[in-house]
Design a protein around this ligand. Structure first.
Ligand SMILES: C[S@@+](CC[C@H](N)C(=O)[O-])C[C@H]1O[C@@H](n2cnc3c(N)ncnc32)[C@H](O)[C@@H]1O
Length: 244
């Protein structure tokens, strides 16, 4: 019975994540969603900057704290191992929904591109970013990343499998293709407003901090295998050192 409940919980968390992920595409591109990054009535810009920064900070704090092994060790004394990732995914998705809802627009152009050819190129980069991001989740292990594999382990009454070091496809050229996808999707816009700039710059700052923390954990988990990988493959800009 506990296994069935964990699986239902895992599937529900995954579906909420999927909704918040699809909404993100519309939110940053100002298309197909009722509330987007630049929509709504602009109010006091100082208040807008503070509220938006708090929303981004909340997302960053939840991710930074809940993804750390030391937190997971403590947390899994309270929640089962098999539901830990789903809980992380669920909370991250709920914070994203809060961000979409409470985000304050800060209008005013930082840059505007009107040339149709450049607009088309920028839009291609935007979609390329989302594609790289989504493909990368499958390269790493999509269903493990979003907790479904662990929830299924609960049904089978087995422990979730330990993490495995992988370097398929994009990971041969860049250590963090998923984050590269986010960066492309957040910065590639033909009309950058001050609100969008705050979002892109805040996310970039968090991604850099996230990489620092994640790599520290990856070195602890995979040791010399990851240290060597770091020497041979670029962090965010694709390059690969030939192996001697
Ligand atoms: C949100 S994913 C981001 C992965 C990577 N930073 C990227 O941008 O593609 C974070 C999870 O991926 C895992 N991870 C990162 N690089 C990995 C690799 N080369 N092999 C296996 N797991 C990896 C981390 O341990 C973490 O649990």
């Amino acid at each position: 019975m506990a296994g069935v409940i964990t699986l239902i919980y895992g599937v529900a968390a995954y579906l909420i994540f999927l909704g918040s992920f699809l909404y993100a595409v519309g939110f940053v591109s100002n298309t197909a969603v009722p509330k987007s990054i630049d929509s709504g009535i602009a109010e006091n810009p100082v208040e807008a900057i503070i509220v938006n920064a708090l929303l981004l900070g909340l997302f960053a704090a939840q991710h930074s704290i809940m993804a750390r092994p030391v937190f997971k060790r403590w947390w899994t004394r309270i929640v089962p191992h098999t539901a830990e990732r789903s809980t992380y995914v669920l909370l991250a998705s709920l914070i994203l929904l809060l961000l979409y809802w409470q985000w304050r627009p800060i209008p005013g152009p930082v840059w505007t591109v009107e040339n149709p050819m450049w607009v088309a190129i920028i839009q291609c980069v935007f979609w390329l970013g989302w594609a790289v991001l989504l493909i990368s989740t499958f390269l790493i292990n999509h269903f493990e990343l979003f907790g479904l594999r662990q929830a299924l382990a609960a049904l089978r009454k087995s422990e979730p499998a330990p993490p495995v070091f992988r370097t398929p496809l994009f990971y041969k050229w860049v250590r963090h293709p998923l984050y590269v996808g986010f960066l492309l999707a957040f910065w590639a816009t033909p009309s950058m407003t001050w609100g969008h700039l705050l979002f892109a710059a805040g996310s970039t700052g968090y991604i850099l901090l996230g990489i620092f923390l994640e790599e520290r954990d990856l070195v602890a988990m995979f040791g010399d295998q990851y240290r060597l990988y770091r020497k041979q493959v670029g962090m965010l800009i694709p390059w690969r050192k030939a192996t001697e």
